[in-house]
Design a protein around this ligand. Structure first.
Ligand code: ATP
Ligand code: GAR
Ligand code: MG
Length: 389
């Protein structure tokens, strides 16, 4: 046990959405000082942080200015779209970047992490190819085959992603990907469509001076490349759990550092196929707000600070279902929360995002049940009762 750990610490969070908000709450509960950063004011995590900064996180100069102003002990990325080369510099100056600056660089874009997993570590992934132009995408699609999935190399939550059935749909997939790409790379990845039985997130906790530990697998369902509901535990059998854990260990060891990772897999009848990972809490992992003794945000915090995690206890069948905005609005208000909360073992989190647009995630419903079916049904019903007005 490390008795030399001193609290509070100064944490700078780069990205301040719903995942950051729960992380800040966990950090505040141990009295830490948090600087919440994002591209817009009054972002969810800013509402619970000590101070906030509004900057472009893709700008090296703006990152430099706020790091000099606040002198954090830790820099904790919450999104991918960050000038990660600058994080390498901060790390060299003695600031701890989570999980490491190199890991944030590997996972900023889909191509680097895919090359690490597939080329360097020999991990099974979907067949894939890249393209910089529509012409290249046409050729790459032919190589990968149909149906396939086209995604910008830099994007998240399914932005710019489409399933392509035949050559006639390639051009619109290209245009959609380029229009929704974040950052400055005009590169897309095309992947073989995997007809999986279930997809899971394996929350993997990498610690500085203790073994890597795992949460029980989280099953999820996605639409438009974005998560709609998740549940824990996901029933994939012990053998596939072991296989997924071994892959998650291999790839998180290669990335190094400490913190929680959301490692995503497609599970087919016979195979465990690595998809991608987040070097931070995962959206589908919000179910742990109700399903574990320590949620994914508390686990991330403890791993970062080097605090012990004596046990992770799964508390039984639980589920989450998202609450999405239906239209664009500068006024965010809800009805139906009271109705949703009248059901036992149901909870609602509203993120406090200041504006809405179609499909923007505004909140989440959480539920427990005697079975996964019951927990999912309760979470979905509760989510559908909450309506934006
Ligand atoms: N090759 C594929 N075969 C089948 N389905 C896929 C494939 N790639 C992506 N999907 C579906 O789209 C979802 C989103 O894809 P992916 O995780 O790559 O995107 P993302 O934008 O990084 O999402 P997030 O940031 O929310 O994790 C997957 O969870 C899966 O449901
Ligand atoms: N799949 C990644 C993910 O869920 N990220 C979460 O969504 C926020 C952005 O939301 P916004 O697009 O509504 O601003 C991010 O800040 C993070 O909390
Ligand atoms: Mg994903």
């Amino acid at each position: 046990m490390n008795n030399s750990i001193q609290l509070p610490r100064k944490l700078m969070l780069l990205g301040s959405g719903e995942l950051g908000k729960e992380f800040v709450i966990a950090a505040q509960r141990l009295g830490n000082y948090v600087i919440a950063v994002d591209r817009y004011a009054n972002a969810p995590a800013m509402q619970v942080a000590d101070v906030s900064e509004v900057i472009s996180m893709l700008s090296a100069e703006q990152l430099e200015a706020i790091v000099n102003r606040h002198k954090p002990d830790f820099i904790i990325p919450e999104i991918e779209a960050i000038r990660t080369e600058k994080l390498l510099e901060f790390e060299q100056r003695g600031i701890t970047v989570i999980p490491t600056a190199a890991a944030t660089n590997y996972t900023m874009n889909r191509d680097r992490i895919r090359e690490l997993a597939h080329q360097e570590l020999g991990i099974r992934t979907a067949k894939y190819a890249y393209a910089y132009t529509l012409q290249e995408l046409t050729a790459a699609s032919e190589h990968v085959g149909f149906p396939n999935v086209v995604k910008p190399v830099m994007s998240s939550s399914g932005k710019g992603q489409s399933v392509v059935q035949h050559q006639g749909e390639v051009e619109s997939a290209w245009n959609y990907a380029i229009a929704n790409s974040r950052g400055d790379t005009q590169r897309v990845i095309v992947e073989e469509f995997i007809n999986f039985e279930i997809e899971i997130t394996l929350l993997t906790v990498k610690q500085w001076n203790a073994p890597t530990i795992f949460c029980s697998p989280i099953g999820h369902r996605q639409e438009r490349g974005d998560y709609q509901e998740s549940w824990q535990p996901a029933d994939i059998g012990e053998e596939k759990i072991s296989q997924a854990q071994a892959i998650a260990k291999q790839i998180t060891d290669a990335l190094g550092g400490a913190g929680i990772f959301g490692v995503e897999f497609f599970i087919t009848k016979d195979e465990v196929i690595f998809s991608e990972l987040s070097p931070r809490p995962h959206d589908t992992g919000m179910v742990t707000l109700i399903s574990q003794n320590l949620n994914e945000f508390e686990l991330h915090l403890r791993a970062i600070l080097g605090l012990p995690i004596a046990n992770i206890k799964q508390l039984g069948c639980a589920a989450s279902a998202v609450i999405l905005a239906a239209k664009t609005s500068d006024i965010v208000a809800f009805t139906g929360v009271a109705e949703a909360l009248s059901v036992p073992d149901v909870d609602i989190k509203l993120f406090g995002k200041p504006t809405a647009h179609p499909y923007r995630r505004m909140g989440v419903a959480l539920a427990k049940g005697d079975s996964i079916v019951e927990a999912r049904e309760r979470a979905k019903r509760a989510a559908s009762q909450v309506q934006m007005v």
